[in-house]
Design a protein around this ligand. Structure first.
Ligand code: PMP
Length: 356
């Protein structure tokens, strides 16, 4: 037999990189854009990589023993990856998930045998029952339980530094000018960004945050950039942003942060389905939005890479449901006349690596 894997976790990573063109409009000026399709991992998201990395390291170090329990807070995707690891390594998995998480994700987690602890996503982060605190508390109560702590454990970033970053470098043969990635825990954009910058310091790294998240203001304070971020508050986009500063984002790796609105992210995700045949979630829409935003600043022939974290099948009842969108006062499609197309290139193109 050839090319046969021993269990499904061995199928993680090595994801395709695909050119995107139709969703970028005209006037590309020779700029090339590629997306790394992380939704093609076995459980449908980029977080499979992190789940495997953290669990296998914990097993190797003895922090986790066979038959043991993994407890994590997750917007859904990490928990699905951890469920795969639990099943393939003979462990149990419990996940703290917000009530507001999409129905499909909750159904998938139940189907995979994850024990769910649902918490109210509106509780302040310092509340012991909040999404941010609950998993740590539960793990402390269970002797031998492993708490991966994906929001603060830099092994999350290391996983992308060791796998996703090198894959992107190889797939582009080192010819890349800008990397655009969403920021949730910050593991992906920090780990990939750090790897790429070590190979070529001129590569610009752009992190896409969501309006209502606290990351952008923090970045502005640290970098001395103008703070044009939206006030902290609730948002609908799953997977990006946070309501408190956590330890994984490596703000020194980012050249710039952008903040997307729920509506812009959702509309862009819907456009990716229809214009690229890529059925992806709202954070992929956010990534596309980020790419579109920077296109006018790039020089002719620049090469941009972005990453689409998860599958749109997870959001059929939300982002891809017109009634759900309308019920939240959001548009279901862009008015064609107002469709954001990249503006014509700036008269004096910004070279990659130029500071903002
Ligand atoms: N998109 C989705 C759908 C996610 O679940 C996550 C993880 N929170 C991200 C993007 C962001 O990835 P990271 O945690 O590596 O910043």
């Amino acid at each position: 037999m050839a090319d046969v894997l021993e269990d499904v976790s061995e199928a993680i990573g090595g994801t395709p990189m695909v050119r995107i063109r139709r969703s970028l409009g005209t006037g590309l000026n020779g700029i090339e854009v590629f997306a790394k399709l992380e939704y093609l991992n076995p459980m449908g998201s980029v977080k499979d990589r992190v789940a495997r990395y953290l669990v296998d390291r914990a097993l190797a170090s003895g922090a986790l023993s066979p038959g043991g329990l993994v407890i994590e807070a997750s917007s859904g995707n990490t928990a699905m990856g951890l469920a795969m690891m639990a099943t393939t390594r003979g462990l149990r998995c419990r996940a703290v998930v917000r009530h507001q998480t999409s129905r499909e994700k909750l159904d998938c987690l139940r189907a995979l045998g994850v024990e769910l602890i649902l918490v109210d996503g509106d509780l302040p982060p310092e509340h012991p029952e909040s999404y941010n605190r609950k998993a740590r508390g539960l793990a402390a109560e269970e002797p031998g339980a492993f708490f991966p702590d994906q929001h603060n454990n830099r092994d999350n970033n290391r996983c992308h530094y060791e796998t996703t970053g090198p894959e992107i470098w190889r797939q582009t043969e080192g010819r890349i000018d800008v990397f655009v990635g969403g920021i949730g825990t910050g593991g992906t954009v920090s780990g990939v960004g750090r790897y790429l910058k070590e190979r070529n310091p001129d590569i610009r790294v752009i992190a896409v945050d969501v309006e209502g998240s606290v990351f952008s203001r923090h970045f502005a304070v640290l970098s001395g950039a103008e703070d044009d971020s939206a006030p902290p508050g609730g948002y609908l986009l799953e997977g990006l942003g946070d309501e408190e500063i956590i330890s994984c984002p490596e703000f020194d790796v980012f050249d710039r942060m952008l903040q997307v609105s729920d509506e812009e992210a959702f509309l862009a995700a819907r456009e990716l389905a229809r214009e690229e045949a890529m059925l992806v979630g709202g954070s992929s829409g956010a990534a596309l939005w980020g790419v579109r935003r920077i296109l006018p600043e790039l020089h002719r022939g620049a090469r941009v890479v972005t990453l689409f974290p998860d599958s749109g099948t997870r959001y059929l009842s939300t982002i891809f449901n017109d009634d759900w969108l309308r019920g939240r006062g959001l548009r279901t499609a862009r008015d064609q006349s107002s469709r954001r197309r990249p503006d014509p290139p700036a008269r004096r193109p910004v070279s990659p690596g130029a500071s903002q």
